[in-house]
Each structure stands twice: as structure tokens, then as C-alpha cells.
Design a binder for this molecule. Structure first.
Ligand SMILES: [Fe+2]
Length: 173
């Protein structure tokens, strides 16, 4: 019964993202983040799905892909101390925290283009969201600085097959 409920919750989130994309052809990231905010902290969202962590670093698990429309949703699992590189996105992105705590640090372009300058850091709790356009100067890093494993839900304007190659512009740490 719980698995059925979980499918319903994930399906509702995917349907909400699809609807948000239809109405926001330019940068849909804010509208998608609003949808993620409604569903991300649902404890049943990932019930019945195996989303293990990885000792070597954070890991993505595909939840849904619409290859024809060019977007996908993944769960990212972060053990304590794991973090993304400092990066900007080449596609729109939206994120909502499912469980645990994530720290999002923002950066501005520096004098040396390879070394952005930290300008702010925000603690993201379950249900909190963030979003950004495909822009080289929208630079951030997500990190699990807490003591429990964290899970976040990410939607990106790219097919999943291109996540590793075409999603991020990575900066020096
Ligand atoms: Fe990102």
C-alpha cells in the first residue's frame, strides 16, 4: 500500500513539473522549484525505490526522464561531508530537499575566472527549494555539512544521459 502511495506522490510531482514547463518556456526553474517545494519533503516520495549512498562522493539516482522534452529528475544522496564541486549550470535547474540538511553556498565571478568568490551560504532544510537559470555566473555548491545522510530532489533541463557531460561548468575549488 505504501508503494502505491509513493508512486502516486512521485507521479504527482512529475505531472506538476510537466505543467510548470508548459507555462514557462524561457526559464522555468522558479516554477519547477515551486512544484518541488510541494513534494520534496513527502516521506513517501521515494518509498519503494532503492537510493543508496556512495562512499566516494554524492550519487544521483534517476527518478524520471522526459527525453523528448529534454528534462529529468534525480534524487541525489549525500553522506555527511560530501559536496558538489563549485559549478554553474548549462541548463536550468531546481532542487528541493527531501531529508537531511544541505548547505548551499553562492559565488560571484572572481578576477580569475577559474576562482569564483564566495558571497553567501544558506542552510536548506526538508521542503526548502532553490533554483537557477542556465547561466555561467549563477555559481553555487551544495554540501552536506550535517551529521546525517541527506537526500535532495533535482530537476534539470537536460536528458539524463547528458547530466555527466553537459550539465555543469565546474570551477576550481
Ligand atoms: Fe547545481
Amino acid at each position: 500500500m505504501n508503494v502505491i502511495a509513493a508512486r502516486g506522490s512521485l507521479d504527482a510531482m512529475v505531472a506538476g513539473i510537466s505543467a510548470a514547463l508548459l507555462g514557462n518556456a524561457g526559464d522555468p526553474s522558479a516554477a519547477v522549484a515551486e512544484v518541488l517545494g510541494l513534494h520534496a519533503a513527502d516521506p513517501l516520495l521515494l518509498r519503494g525505490r532503492d537510493c543508496p549512498c556512495r562512499a566516494e562522493g554524492y550519487i544521483r539516482h534517476l527518478l524520471h526522464e522526459d527525453a523528448a522534452q529534454g528534462w529529468a529528475v534525480a534524487a541525489l544522496v549525500w553522506r555527511p561531508g560530501q559536496m558538489s564541486p563549485i559549478h554553474a549550470h548549462k541548463a536550468w535547474c531546481a532542487v528541493g530537499v527531501h531529508r537531511g540538511l544541505l548547505t548551499e553556498t553562492f559565488y560571484a565571478p572572481g578576477d580569475d575566472p577559474e576562482y569564483p568568490v564566495q558571497v553567501a551560504a544558506v542552510l536548506r532544510r526538508p521542503g526548502d527549494t532553490s533554483h537557477g537559470p542556465a547561466r555561467a555566473d549563477a555559481i553555487h555548491r551544495l554540501a552536506n555539512l550535517g551529521t546525517e545522510t541527506a537526500v535532495s530532489i533535482h530537476a534539470y533541463g537536460l536528458p539524463y544521459s547528458r547530466f555527466c557531460t553537459d550539465l555543469n561548468r565546474v570551477f576550481a575549488a
